[in-house]
Design a protein around this ligand. Structure first.
Ligand code: 13P
Length: 337
């Protein structure tokens, strides 16, 4: 059965399956230099290449990380970076059996004609960049665009987000990279969980419409959705069971079982919430690998524990491993706290 002509088809399917393997998820460490600067500022460090290098080295070299993490998303700087000892960061990941991935979007800018919404840049030159990233060892890619509930979302913003994701996904596959499709529905807002559910259904319907129109091979993609939760400022909070029920309903209604992996973002949830919600979603069998692609929910305590001091590296790595293991168990539905 030929699903898509294209020299990378078999490899894409294999890569996606490797990342979506039982008990494993993704460590997102692809903060842009600006965002990484904010994280470093929170522990009183300057945003220098040396500090970013030290922090990223700590993350990728945590001993045994590959027992829980199957993929790591890097920012371009890190893909080409070595440790202070001159070892390529990509090589450390491969030794840990962690597939290197790369953020390929060029970030958000205002979307003219919308309700103060944004769109994601990066399609110009994307094919040649993807080809170069593949040469450098990347095997999957990420494109993050956002949808804001308080600002609408307008039909225009949703369509633009979906179309951009679909063009990107097609180009990434053409160049051997498994595309992570990430339309982040931001947590901000006072809306209840039903409103998030309604918006998420609309967004994913459009995303899959355009993915199909662009001949994207569903067996060779990964998704990075937001969980369906109440807005961050909504007074009525939801239990992990409620989040799981809403989110699984969304997946069942909108996501074909051909898609191998659903790797949720944490989006500002606490470390524990993100683990509990993932664990609740894995209490019953479902057609996909339902897992994590967390940045903040893996890194927050690790970063604080490190504080920029070499003598804290081991303690910080231990904290990272604790979170990674907890989420690995949650992927299996076996997290008990
Ligand atoms: P958070 O898990 O911190 O939301 O980040 C995930 C991510 O990579 C967003 O694109």
């Amino acid at each position: 059965l030929t699903i898509k002509a294209g020299s990378y088809a078999d490899e894409l399917v294999k890569t996606a399956k490797t990342v979506a393997s039982p008990g494993h998820g993704i460590m997102a460490m692809d903060e842009s230099n600006a965002t990484c600067g904010k994280r470093l500022a929170s522990i009183g460090l300057e945003n220098t290449e040396a500090n970013r290098q030290a922090y990223r080295t700590l993350l990728v070299s945590a001993p045994g990380l590959g027992n829980y993490v199957s993929g790591a998303i890097l920012f371009e700087e890190t893909l080409y970076q070595s440790t202070v000892d001159g070892k390529k960061i990509v090589d450390i990941l491969v030794e840990q059996k962690i597939v290197p991935g790369i953020k390929v979007d060029k970030g958000l800018v205002p979307l003219a004609g919308s309700n103060d919404e944004s769109w994601c840049q990066g399609l110009d030159g994307l094919a040649s960049r993807c080809a170069a990233y593949y040469q450098q060892g990347a095997r999957f890619a990420k494109w993050r665009t956002v949808v804001s509930i308080p600002n609408g979302p307008s039909a225009l913003a949703v369509k633009e987000a979906a179309w951009g994701l679909a063009r990107y996904a097609s180009i990434a596959q053409d160049n051997g990279l498994v595309p992570i499709v990430e339309p982040e529905i931001l947590l901000d807002g006072e809306h209840g969980i039903d409103r998030t559910f309604e918006v998420a259904q609309n967004v994913w319907a459009e995303v899959f419409f355009y993915l199909a129109q662009n001949n994207v091979m569903f067996e060779g993609i990964l998704l990075k959705p937001s969980m369906v939760t109440p807005g961050a400022e909504c007074k009525e909070r939801a239990t992990p069971e409620q989040v799981a029920e809403y989110t699984l309903n969304l997946l069942k209604r909108r996501i074909p079982p051909a898609v191998p992996g659903i790797m949720f973002l944490s989006g500002g949830q606490s470390e524990l919430e993100a683990t509990l919600n993932l664990n609740a979603m894995n209490q019953s069998p479902n057609p996909w690998h339902v897992s994590f692609s967390y940045a903040r929910a893996l890194q927050n305590t690790c970063l604080k524990t490190w504080g920029g001091l070499p003598e804290n590296v081991k303690a910080a790595q231990d904290v990272l491993l604790t979170r990674a293991k907890a989420n690995s168990l949650a992927q299996l539905g076996k997290y008990t706290g």
